[in-house]
Write a protein that binds this ligand. Structure first.
Ligand code: NAD
Length: 368
């Protein structure tokens, strides 16, 4: 059987630096766990613009559609700020999401005990936190028509439309229920069915998908504003939160901050399963290209490394190996390894991007 294929798009700024550590970990799995991947590297964002005049070349898009999973670093930077909107680095990422039809965005909020002091909430509220937000990514108010700024009488009116079809809700609900079965088996669906018709339909469809195909998963519904309150009051009550594009944008950023640094946060964006059951998938850290520290060896590679752990779990059905990698990260943090972004008030000497990679590889070795 052919090895599973990975397309690596390291991108701009700290993207190549953090992805360099992921590549070492991929090699470790090949050498130590009999898990070889066929890895190909290509350009995205500003790096692709510099070479091809476009932030995503058609050939790269075709490779992404053919790959079993895509790993992306980060795109963007001040050098590209004045480019026309159509060729800005972010357009490369948006094109990938759109053409791969990645409708389900997974944002975990996991608090490693060693970093619980970083949260803006009290330690006992966040220590051990492990929740997953599933955000619908390709529809809703960011895409609905009509949209625009129009003239109405003698003033202007700005319009966006929240629009969801039953099938759009159905498929993202399935993705959340499938995920819950691999975790704590609980889904809380959030909308505003009290004031929005799209919310009423959302609630109905989610309930129907549940009753028909996932009755074993515990399902609750919550209004999204209450959900925001509950996230900061008692976040550990949740396992999987399922929500739409707009509410998911806000709730996932809120949940992310429960856990401290941007340098720690992975994400996955999944599409429909292929014939072999693997979903189209793009894995990337939540952070951007961090131009303020790029090229200095200061970036924290953990968000990108945990994104690869998500790929192991959700694309390659290697949940045990994903856990091995997450536990290696946990051990390294418990032992006190800190990149600059993780330095608390107690001070100390930060380690470099590569040294963090070294420490995680050593912890992987020790796990054998
Ligand atoms: P950013 O995430 O790049 O950086 C915000 C702050 O967090 C900076 O101080 C940065 O140094 C720090 N930081 C981020 N990741 C870190 C890491 N791994 N280790 C240590 N510190 C880290 O966000 P920004 O500054 O708003 O944006 C910079 C550029 O990145 C912009 O061009 C923006 O458009 C782009 N961006 C890209 C993505 C993406 O590729 N998905 C996401 C957000 C922003």
């Amino acid at each position: 059987m052919a090895n599973p294929s990975l397309l690596i798009l390291a991108g701009d700024g700290i993207g190549p630096e953090v992805m360099g550590q992921v590549t070492r970990i991929i090699d470790w799995y090949g050498a130590n766990r009999d898990m070889a991947f066929d890895v190909e590297h290509d350009l995205v964002g500003g790096a692709a613009y510099d070479k091809h005049g476009t932030p995503l070349h058609d050939d790269t898009m075709a490779k992404a559609l053919a790959a079993d999973a895509v790993l992306l670093g980060a795109v963007g930077g001040p050098k590209y700020d004045d480019l026309d909107f159509s060729v800005k680095p972010e357009r490369g990422l948006l094109r990938l999401r759109k053409e791969m039809d990645l409708f389900s965005n997974l944002r975990p909020a996991q608090c490693f005990d060693a970093l619980a002091d970083f949260s803006s909430l009290k330690k006992d509220i966040v220590a051990g936190l492990d929740i997953m937000i599933v955000r619908e990514l390709t529809s809703g108010v960011y895409f609905g028509e009509p949209r625009g700024i129009f003239k109405e009488g003698n003033e202007r009116v700005g319009i966006n439309t929240q629009r969801y079809t039953e099938s759009e809700i159905d498929r993202v609900a399935r993705s959340a229920f499938e995920l819950a079965r691999r975790r704590g088996n609980k889904v809380c669906s959030m909308e505003k069915a009290n004031v929005m018709e799209s919310g009423i339909l959302w609630r109905e469809v989610v309930q129907k998908v549940h009753d028909t195909d996932y009755p074993d998963v515990e399902l609750t519904h919550m209004y999204a504003d209450n959900g925001a309150m509950q996230l900061v009051r008692a976040p550990k009550q949740f396992d999987v939160i399922l929500t739409d594009n707009l509410f998911g944008d806000i709730l996932s950023d809120c949940a992310a901050m429960l856990t401290g640094s941007l340098g720690m946060l992975p994400s996955a964006s999944l599409g429909a399963p292929n014939v072999d059951g693997r979903p189209k998938a793009l894995y990337e850290p939540v952070h951007g290209s961090a131009p303020d520290i790029a090229g200095q060896g200061k970036a924290n590679p953990i968000a990108c490394i945990l994104s690869f752990a998500m790929a192991l779990r959700y694309s390659f059905d290697q949940g045990d190996e994903a856990t091995r990698l997450e536990q290696a990260v946990e051990k390294v943090l418990a032992d006190g390894a800190r990149t600059a972004d993780l330095m608390g008030e107690e001070g100390g000497t930060p380690i470099s991007t590569t040294e963090m990679g070294d420490a995680i590889l050593a912890a992987l070795d020790a796990s054998l």
